[in-house]
Design a protein around this ligand. Sequence first.
Ligand SMILES: [Ca+2]
Ligand SMILES: [Ca+2]
Length: 108
Amino acid sequence: MASSCSELEKSIEVLVRNFYKYAEKKGEKDKMTKKEFRKMVGSELNHILTNTQSKEGVDKLIKSLDADEDGKISFDEYWTLIGEIAKKLSQQISLQIQDAPQSSQPGN
Ligand SMILES: [Ca+2]
Ligand SMILES: [Ca+2]
């Protein structure tokens, strides 16, 4: 992508590319096997998610995301996880904003 992309555009690309980076390794290139998913959360999400080092914890997570129950994580199912993480982050940021002293906003 062009270097003129905004931070947001770049961030979305990072999220999308992260899926394929792991999904393409084995078997179907557009789906993550349990092993690929385990590797992904262990390497990329171990600060934000708890239980990424526990096989049972990750298996439980896979089960909750695997909407079509094929035992693999598709892009849509991966995106559900990103949405859940974003929601948690949003709650944290919302609290931080409310705790922070009000910045002076003209016309407010
Ligand atoms: Ca795969
Ligand atoms: Ca699935």
